[in-house]
Structure formats: C-alpha cells, structure tokens
Design a protein around this ligand. Structure first.
Ligand SMILES: [Zn+2]
Length: 243
C-alpha cells in the first residue's frame, strides 16, 4: 500500500470535505455535459441527419429496402471517422435484440454516426436502455426510436419455455422476467404463440419508451420524437413496421 492510501485510511476524508468534493464533481459533470451538448447542437457533424421524426423513419425504411434488394451503399468509413471525431448526431436510435443475425447498421444500410444502437437479448427497455435513449434524445437530438424485434427470437422462446420448464440457469431469469408480460398475452391469444409474443414484446416496449417520464414522454408530446416498432424477418431481411 502506498503512503497516500495508508494516510487516507488513517485519516478518512471528513464528511464536510467529502460533500464539497462530491458537489464539485457533480458541477464539473454538468459543465462537461453542457459543453458537449452545446458543441453538438452548434455544428452537427452530419447535417443530413437533422431530420423530422417522419423523415427519419422514411430514411430508415428506404435503407432497409436497399439492404433487402442487395443494393446497399458503399460507406466511406475513412471520411466518416474524421467527420465524427468531434461529435455525433444520429438520426435514429435502435433498440435491437443481441442476436448475431440482426445488425441494425446493415439492416438499415446506415453509416457510422447514423444510428444510436442499444442491444439486449429480447430487445426490451430496462432502466439502462431508457437512460441511453434519454441521452440520444435529449443530448444528441435524435428524432426517432425504433424497437426492432425479429422472428425466431431465442430470448422470447426461452421465456415461453420458462412457463413450462424449470427456471433457466444463470442470469437468464432477468431476461425472462422482462419478456414475461408479452409472453403471457400471447399465450392467452393462442395460435403462433412465439410470433405473437415477439410482436407483443415490441408493442409493449414501444409503449414503455413512449411513456418514459420525464424526458422521452415530453419529447413525444412536443413532436420532437417518434417511437415505433418493427419485426426483422430473418430470411428476407425485411423490416415490417408494427402499427
Ligand atoms: Zn432475439
């Protein structure tokens, strides 16, 4: 142990000094956030990404159509790296499953700095994801959130199986608990339960993000943000909009 560490253990920081340090750190954090926000708002590195929510959705779906047709654009990563070194202004935020077959940047034929992507198996919005989306919307001015489910989703399938079988191992129950409400609705409906649960899970998470107070719901009310959902079809690559 170094002299400084042992000194701190022997003489811990006094409560009043600790409060002052925390206060200063907090103020510094706000100042840095403010500076980043002002800089990104001042000069968006991708002016073509400054879009209305409707225009952002149109661009996203046009990108998917190119991907489906096999006519994706060539992305100049070298040029984009330089342009994006000082900031970002993605035109859409995507909440996607972690499935290796779903790659939002490919599926929507988008370059770097275009999509703010959060991924988790089962594409559900936990607190950390909502916080990430709040950053995208409030700081980066992203006008669109897209919840992207997909057919044959293993996380949704595991949730349906968990109702019949034993509790899944490890940390998987945390995924199952998040997807369970959608799975229950689908089980009550009958038919192709997996497909219905996947769809319901997207619908539920669109609703959750839309109503997430105080940032996302306010942006939706002010028409600065749209939250929509869709299903990625594995065989065709086509994203089908829901609702
Ligand atoms: Zn999945």
């Amino acid at each position: 142990m170094c002299d400084k560490c042992s000194e701190n253990l022997l003489h811990p920081i006094e409560p009043s000094r600790r409060s002052a340090i925390l206060l200063a750190a907090s103020a510094l954090g706000l100042a840095v956030t403010g500076a980043v926000s002002a800089k990104e708002a001042k000069a968006p590195p991708k002016p073509q990404n400054v879009l209305s929510p409707d225009a952002a959705l149109k661009r996203l779906m046009e990108g998917n159509a190119r991907y489906v047709d096999g006519v994706a654009r060539r992305h100049d990563f070298k040029h984009e790296r330089e342009a994006l070194a000082g900031g970002q202004n993605p035109y859409a935020a995507i909440l996607s499953c972690a499935d290796s077959r779903i790659a939002p940047e490919y599926a929507f034929d988008s370059g770097r700095g275009d999509l703010f992507v959060c991924r988790v198996a089962g594409n559900f919005a936990g607190d950390e994801t909502i916080a990430s989306m709040e950053y995208a919307v409030a700081v980066l001015n992203t006008p669109l959130i897209f919840v992207l489910g997909h057919d044959s989703c293993g996380a949704v399938d595991a949730t349906l199986k968990a109702f019949k079988d034993d509790k899944p191992p490890g940390h998987i129950p945390s995924l199952v608990d998040a997807i369970a409400p959608a799975a229950k609705v689908a089980m009550q409906q009958g038919g192709d339960v997996l497909d219905k649960a996947i769809r319901q899970n997207v619908i539920d998470n669109v609703a959750k993000l839309k109503s997430a107070a105080p940032i996302l719901n306010a942006a939706v009310e002010q028409n600065k943000l749209r939250v929509v959902g869709g299903i990625y079809r594995l065989a065709s690559g086509k994203v089908e909009l829901i609702g």
